[in-house]
Design a protein around this ligand. Structure first.
Ligand SMILES: [Zn+2]
Length: 305
């Protein structure tokens, strides 16, 4: 079965302030690197579709969706927090990013694909149920989990290796133990929300600034492997942020390309053990264009193996 590469050109029309690190160049770097490789039939490009309003489910209340829609600035830019803003194309991009994650779930749950990667922006994991923040408007991976549950999955597990904590994903599923959330992140660091909660289904792995790939791998094996065996998910979802890379200008960790291949293989192996290989991944951060492109290719190497 194929691995889907879901994206849409309109995700590149969402532009925030001048010189913002979360820029359209990120997706262009990924597309260039993916197109430069020979993938055979293993990787199939699919155009994203916008999310259907019914799919917001319990993740984002309809008032929140309407509030964001009302922010549409027409010409110019409207800010929603210190480092997050919208232009006239942002809501379309956000609806495509969320829709891509849902398409990925639909395809793997329906046995039309084994795995999927969503090369989309804006990212999602900082968006809480009713709060846009940290470059994020809709929580794409949370919406993917909601979709999987609606399609009959009993237990879903989300793994987030972005350098920043996935506060939004934790907030959304804090009292929903059917969705396990495992997040590794630099600590202390942005965003400083929902990073000290205590629940059996919330697995937090704070990492000191400067943490190496070897120490990252040890922490992931210690925290994520037993969590996977405990939860026995029907579907594995990934918040794939590549800003814990040594070269990233925003993060302070020291992962290398090979560490992304390693953690991606670990998650594919877990998917093989528990859910017939089913895994859906969505892009989060990653702001050094070359490191982002190389790390994404490493991630796709694992997904398409
Ligand atoms: Zn990040």
């Amino acid at each position: 079965m194929p691995v889907l590469f879901i994206s849409h050109g309109d995700c590149e029309k969402h532009v925030m302030l001048d010189h913002h690190p979360e820029s359209p160049a990120r997706l262009r770097a990924i597309h260039d690197a993916v197109q430069a490789r020979e993938w055979g039939h293993s990787l199939v490009a699919v155009e994203a579709r916008e999310i259907d309003d019914r799919c917001f489910g319990q993740v984002h209340p309809s008032e929140y969706v309407a509030r964001l829609a009302a922010l549409d600035p027409g010409e110019g830019i409207v800010r929603v927090d210190a480092d997050t803003s919208l232009n006239r194309y942002s809501l379309r991009a956000a609806r495509l990013a969320a829709g891509a994650a849902i398409q990925g779930v639909d395809a793997v749950m329906d046995d039309r694909a084994e795995r999927a990667f969503c090369a989309v922006r804006p990212p999602g994991h900082h968006a809480e149920s009713a709060l846009p923040m940290g470059f994020c408007l809709f929580n794409n991976i949370a919406l993917a989990a909601e979709r999987a549950l609606a399609l009959g999955a009993e237990r879903v597990a989300i793994f987030d290796f972005d350098v920043h904590h996935g506060n939004g994903t934790v907030e959304i599923f804090l009292e929903r133990p059917e969705v396990m959330v495992c997040s590794s992140f630099q600590y202390p660091f942005y965003p400083g929300r929902f990073d000290d909660v205590s629940r059996d289904h919330i697995v937090l792995t704070p990492l000191d600034a400067g943490t190496s790939g070897a120490a990252f791998r040890a922490a992931i094996e210690r925290d994520w492997l037993p969590a996977i065996e405990r939860h026995r998910p029907d579907l594995i979802l990934v918040s794939a942020g590549f800003d814990a890379h040594r070269e990233d200008p925003l993060g302070g960790l020291a992962l290398e390309d090979e560490d992304y291949l390693w953690v991606s293989q670990l998650l594919v192996d877990a998917a093989q053990r528990h859910c017939s290989g089913k895994l859906v991944s969505a892009l989060e951060g990653g702001y050094h264009l070359d490191a982002l492109a190389r790390s994404t290719v490493a991630h796709l190497d694992a997904l398409s193996a």
